[in-house]
Ligand binder design. Structure first.
Ligand SMILES: [Zn+2]
Length: 256
């Protein structure tokens, strides 16, 4: 089978796609987008991502609450989240982690539910999709304490090369998206060039973070070729090799 692009992180449940979601999704195969992992973030998305995965054959779901959203959780709601994780085509727990940029949710609450969701992934034997923004130290501390032996991806990686290597050593993948095409994306360019290719996942995080030359527009998987091209140029390898290896990486990690 011809290799196809793997989008390891999207949010097609976003209202930004309400007007043309079906139309957009119908274009994926002809544009060589083969697989999409649609990640939950807020409470409503725990249901929506499962529905989207049921509707489109090449869409899979990650179920979990983003650190900015975990303040809604209690034990009853956590039990619902767990049941959603068991639905068909749910391939990961995510996105989960810490976000000190917005700091909308008290840090101790973020930490508590981050750890609980890591433990859930271990219990259900699912990979994790980690969101971490301005919280490098605490994320690493928690991953070292509670993430050992888990598999997953640090999505939209925004830290140093040293830290990327640390996660690679722990067995995790690094998610690389539109930022790698930005002029001010120097750190990420270096990472995309140097970490082992079998640890890179391509991702959009759409509707956010559209790559150059569409920076600032609504993002979609149709723009992912710009990210793949940038990774190929940085590494001095072919576009097709990046497509093939990142697809392999994604399929292996998520068991697709
Ligand atoms: Zn996301």
């Amino acid at each position: 089978m011809k290799p196809m692009i793997f989008d390891s992180h999207a949010h097609y449940d976003s209202h930004q796609f309400d007007k043309d979601r079906d139309e957009l999704m119908s274009l994926m195969a002809e544009k060589n987008i083969g697989t999409i992992v649609n990640s939950a973030a807020d409470w409503d998305s725990l249901t929506e991502v499962v529905e989207l995965a049921e509707k489109y054959p090449y869409v899979y779901a990650a179920v979990g609450l983003h650190p900015d959203e975990v303040h809604v959780l209690d034990e009853e709601k956590f039990a619902f989240l767990k049941e959603q994780c068991k639905k068909e085509k749910v391939v990961a727990v995510g996105e989960i982690g810490l976000d000190y940029y917005w700091d909308n949710t008290p840090r101790d609450i973020q930490e508590k539910w981050f750890i609980r969701q890591l433990e859930l992934a271990r219990e259900l034997d699912l990979p994790v999709i980690i969101h971490s923004r301005d919280a490098a130290e605490d994320t690493l501390r928690i991953m070292k304490e509670y993430g050992q032996g888990l598999r997953g991806v640090i999505h939209c990686f925004s830290y140093s090369k040293e830290l990327a290597n640390e996660y690679v050593k722990m067995g995790f993948h690094i998610g690389i998206g539109g930022v790698v095409t930005f002029k001010n994306g120097k750190k990420l360019k270096e990472i995309a060039k140097e970490i082992p290719l079998d640890k890179i996942l391509s991702e959009t995080d759409c509707p956010y973070l559209a790559p150059v030359p569409h920076r600032g527009e609504r993002n979609s998987s149709l723009y992912l070729p710009y990210v793949v091209q940038e990774i190929a140029e940085l590494r001095g390898i072919s576009y097709d090799e990046v497509v093939e290896q990142t697809e392999k990486n994604g399929k292996r990690l998520f068991g697709i």
